[in-house]
Design a protein around this ligand. Structure first.
Ligand SMILES: Nc1nc2c(c(=O)[nH]1)N[C@H]1C(S)=C(S)[C@@H](COP(=O)(O)O)O[C@H]1N2
Ligand SMILES: [Mo]
Length: 210
């Protein structure tokens, strides 16, 4: 792949950024729509769609925060060209969700769902990366509301829109379907090292027909 993928390592300040990206001081807030209010008594994280046993799985907030916890040092690359480097994300590895709520054998993609219907689709292999993490913490502190509290997905090897803030669930899919930004002109795969920014750059096999 030509870039570091081991857990715990990532491009940090001073190292190479994906093409066209520049380092940002601080951490800007970027998203579409309002910041949702967190209501713990109503919050749940759902795994649904093509699960191995056909059942849905839900965790309430207390249960979710009791799932296996790990840390991953990784950068965020926004398709608008700023990057934020060297963050230590803490939270539940995506692989733990796959272990605890296994997908059916024919699952090829996942849709990660967030508050207000925001979504992003990922190839199962990207989601299953050992660096993909449902982050609850950054640099040892709980995420703030505007950065995705209580849970955001971080997929270090893809553009940051592939990591929804305010995640509420994962849908296992047996065929690919575009998420929110993928339907609105952004690349279906979104690899920053290949500068896969826009859907017009897609090659056959990168995504569903437009
Ligand atoms: N729910 C939701 N998550 C989202 C987005 C969004 O619009 N809604 N935007 C994405 C984009 S484009 C980026 S660059 C990052 C920004 O994260 P930050 O605001 O914590 O820097 O969030 C991603 N997650
Ligand atoms: Mo972004």
């Amino acid at each position: 792949m030509g870039h570091p993928v081991e857990r715990g390592s990532g491009a940090t300040a001073g190292s190479v950024l994906p093409p066209g990206q520049r380092l940002q001081r601080g951490w800007p807030v970027t998203h579409y729509g309002p910041v949702p209010r967190f209501r713990p008594e109503r919050w749940e994280f759902r795994v649904f769609g093509a699960t191995a046993d056909g059942d849905k799985r839900t965790w309430n907030h207390e249960e979710f925060t009791a799932l296996p916890y790990t840390t991953v040092v990784a950068d965020l690359h926004c398709v608008t060209k700023f990057s934020m480097t060297g963050a230590e994300w803490g939270g539940v590895p995506a692989a733990a969700v796959l272990d605890l709520a296994p997908p059916a054998p024919d699952v090829t993609h996942v849709m990660v769902w967030a508050e207000y219907g925001f979504s992003s689709n990922l190839r199962l292999a990207d989601f299953a990366s050992d660096r993909a993490i449902f982050a609850t913490h950054k640099d040892g502190e709980l995420l703030t509301a505007e950065h995705g509290f209580p849970v955001r997905l971080v997929v270090p090897h893809l553009y940051a829109w592939k990591g929804p803030k305010w995640v509420r669930g994962v849908e296992y899919m047996t065929a690919d379907r575009r998420g929110f930004w993928e339907e609105r002109g952004y690349h279906n795969v979104g690899d920053p090292w290949k500068e896969q920014r826009y859907s017009y750059q897609e090659q056959p096999g990168d995504g569903p027909e437009l």
